[in-house]
Structures are given as C-alpha cells and as structure tokens.
Design a protein around this ligand. Structure first.
Ligand code: HAM
Length: 417
C-alpha cells in the first residue's frame, strides 16, 4: 500500500474548504480584486532575488525540481505567491495601476510538519500592486478584518502590526541593533550568525533566552525617519477610525526579506504554536526583479488549512451551502438499466441531483439498501411492469409512500415537492 508523502494531506470532504474559497472570492470581487491563476513552477532565482537568500524558505525549504539534462535554469515548486504575482505583473506589462489581484495557490515548503504546518499547503494570496499610499495598507488590512470577522465568522483572533520603515531606516537601525547584539554575548549561535548577515531576523528566534534578551532590544518603530513616522501614525489612526482593533508588536519582522514599512499578521489562539493564519505587508520587488522603475505594493496571504482548523471548531454555526435533494434511480433488473439511464439523463437535463444504482448482481433488497445509504429524498423504481406501462414508482424515503406515475410526469412531480 502506498501512503501519502510526509507533510501532505488528503481532503475527503470539501464543504468547509469550498465555503472558505467561495466566500473569499466573492468578497474580494466585491472589493474589485480580480482572480488570476499562476504557474505551479517558477525559476529558483525568482525566489532567491525576492524572498531572500538568508530566509529559511529559500535557504532550507525549496522543492527544487530535477530538470531534464541540457537545461541550465533551476526550477522549483512555488513556496509563495507574491514573487510570482510580481513576475506576472512585470512580464505582462500591466499598465493600469493599482493592479488588484488574488489567486489560490498550492505551495510547497520543506518544513518540519506539525499541526497547521505542512510541506504542501494552500493560500489565498492578495496583492495591490503599484500604489504608494499608506491608505491602501489601511484598506487591505480593514478588508481582511471584515472578511475574517463578518464573512468567515472567525472569532477570537488578533491583528498584530509593526512598521519596518524605509530602506534608509533599516540601514540605520541595523547599526543600532548590531551594537546592541555585540553587547549581548549570550545569544544563540544562529542569532550570532544573523547579527552579521540579517540582524532584523534575530527577532524570529525561537529560543526563550534570546527572546528575553530581545525584550530590551531597540525597536525599529522608535528609529523611523520623519515621513515613515507620519505614515506609521496615519496607519494606526485610520485603522482605529475604521474600528479595526490591533496590537503593536515591535519584534514582528516576518520570515520573508522583501518587506518594508507595514507588516502585519492575524493570529488565532485556536491554532497552537502555528498561530498566524494570515500575514502580509508592504514591499517593493520590481527593481529586485529587473525593472528600471520601482513599483510599491502591499499584499497578504491567508492559509486555507489554518482557517479550516479554526472553522472546524465552529462548523455548526456556519451557513454552509446545503447539498441539493438527491433522487436515486433504481432499475430492478439489468433489462431496465437503459431505461434508468434515460430517466437519469432527463433528471440531469433539468438540474435535478441524482444517482443511479447500476449493480447487476444484487437483489432488489440490497439495491434498496445501497440507495438508502446515499440519503435520498426520493427513489425512482423501474421494474418490468413500470417499463411496460411507461411509468415509474416514486418512493418517498421519508414516509415510505409509493406512487405510480407516468415517466413524462417525473420531473414536474420532483420539482413540485
Ligand atoms: P507567509 O506568512 O509565509 O506569507 O504565509 C502566509 C500564510 O500562509 C500563513 O499565515 C499561514 O496561514 C500559511 N502558511 C505558511 N506556511 C505554511 C505551511 N507550511 N503550512 C500551512 N500553512 C502555511 C507569504 O507567503 C507572503 N507571500 C504573504 C504576502 C503576500 N505578503 C505580501 N503579499
């Protein structure tokens, strides 16, 4: 027997999944975001240049695809969708800005699997590309807040915010932070390495002793230039005016290197250690990907599996779309199979949900048992007698009542019930 690959999952009931994707797509359309579809494979260099060489995603977790001999380009299964969306934006020469798009993507990261963390997972990725206004950050965050609270009915979640400033702010802060780290000899080996390669990432360290040292570390929000400081204030004020609750988390840096200015995460206490179910921020990737002009953007992504884990706990309270009432057609003998198939074809043409028991060796009793397990409202029984009289026996599976009706009346009878 084969088993699924480590870190992957089978989903055998998609009702909650479809609720999430359908609700989100409708909600995003309502905010004038258009759905796009991106390739599953991209060039490894795309992520090296965007997500960053020093990040776990690029450094340790890429699913690089073995290429046919002769090809020099390294390709991989996408680990995230922002770089791909930006690549698509540049490659397709999009002119109308801002470009407001979203996509559902299956992504791959070679992580250590645990609850809420998989090697193959799915995201809804949302980007507003080509906009500098901090109000777009407010618009995106408050739109997401509305989606999670009023549409997906997630309760007990928190929004945490930080502001990473502009490139200059980060360069200046890097020096301040490096000085602090040099005066802190007890940090772990990884942090020591990061203190020279990418000091901001030390805040992601899982070690408790490092974290207690970093409580006293300088905070980037206290080292912003004047214009970034104003934007940071505006972001907070406008979110408050829109009634979006948030907490400031000065050590939030996020695991991808492309962010500047706003970064944020939505977290839920229902998720255990992988508590973040949505993350995003402002970034500029166009120049990193070869464009001559900078294209500022803001985006976010939420994980479908993590939202599933949250919603599974309140599934009963959600208005999931009901399956349509099912009718099961049962030919009593193999001679009536073709008539049963014709009846089923007619039901399909009239959009009536149905199934058909095509089981030549079973007794009528066992066919009835099989039909019953499908949970139908009605069964349509077709034996020799029905065949000869151009009729069917319609059995109400709730009351067990049976009624002989003409075949041509079947659709209207079912529709009128
Ligand atoms: P991210 O924080 O890496 O951001 O992922 C966003 C969301 O994807 C997470 O909050 C989580 O729900 C889900 N996720 C990430 N990794 C896994 C995993 N291994 N298993 C299950 N779910 C996972 C990004 O990917 C950015 N591209 C978001 C963004 C868009 N920033 C700007 N635009």
């Amino acid at each position: 027997m084969f088993q699924k690959i480590k870190g992957t999952q089978d989903f055998l009931d998609l009702s909650l999944w479809q609720f999430i994707t359908k609700t989100s797509a409708e909600y995003l359309n309502l905010h004038n975001f258009n759905q796009i579809k991106l390739p599953a494979i991209e060039s490894v260099d795309l992520f090296k240049r965007s997500v960053g060489l020093e990040t776990d995603i690029v450094n340790k977790e890429m699913f690089v695809v073995e290429q046919r001999t002769g090809s020099s380009e390294q390709i991989c299964l996408k680990p995230e969708a922002t770089a791909s969306t930006m690549r698509a934006f540049l490659e397709n020469g999009i002119q109308n800005l801002p470009w407001k798009v979203f996509s559902f993507d299956t992504l791959f990261r070679y992580e250590r699997p645990q609850k809420g963390r998989y090697r193959e997972f799915n995201q809804c990725n949302i980007e507003t590309i080509g906009t500098e206004s901090i109000s777009q950050d407010v618009a995106l965050i408050s739109m997401l807040d509305g989606l999670f609270s009023t549409k997906l009915k997630i309760n007990n979640y928190a929004l945490v915010l930080n502001f990473l400033g502009c490139q200059n702010d980060r360069l200046n802060f890097r020096e301040v932070l490096t000085n602090f780290l040099q005066a802190s000899p007890n940090i772990c080996e990884t942090c020591q390495k990061r203190s020279t390669t990418n000091p901001l990432r030390i805040f992601d360290c899982k070690s408790e002793s490092c974290q207690s040292i970093y409580q006293n570390a300088p905070k980037i929000i206290n080292h912003l230039c004047e214009s970034c400081g104003q934007e940071w204030q505006q972001l907070q004020n406008h979110l408050e005016l829109l009634g979006v609750s948030f907490a400031i988390k000065p050590e939030l840096v996020r695991g991808l290197d492309y962010y500047n200015k706003t970064v944020f995460e939505f977290t839920s206490s229902h998720l255990g250690s992988q508590s973040s179910f949505c993350g995003g921020g402002r970034y500029e990737l166009a120049t990193q990907l070869g464009s001559k002009t900078a294209v500022p953007a803001i985006g976010a992504a939420f994980g479908i599996e993590r939202i599933l884990l949250i919603l599974e706990q309140i599934q009963d309270k959600l208005l999931l779309s009901q399956k349509p009432a099912l009718t099961v057609v049962i030919p009593l003998n193999p001679e009536q199979n073709i008539l049963a198939l014709l009846v089923a074809q007619n039901l399909a043409q009239h959009n009536l949900a149905h199934d058909i028991i095509l089981d030549d060796t079973s007794s009528v009793k066992s066919k009835m048992r099989k039909a019953n397990k499908l949970g139908p409202i009605y069964c349509v029984l077709i034996g020799q007698q029905e065949q000869e009289s151009n009729s069917v026996t319609l059995k109400n599976m709730v009351t067990s009542e049976e009624q002989l009706i003409k075949q041509i009346d079947l659709v209207s009878t079912l529709k009128n019930h």
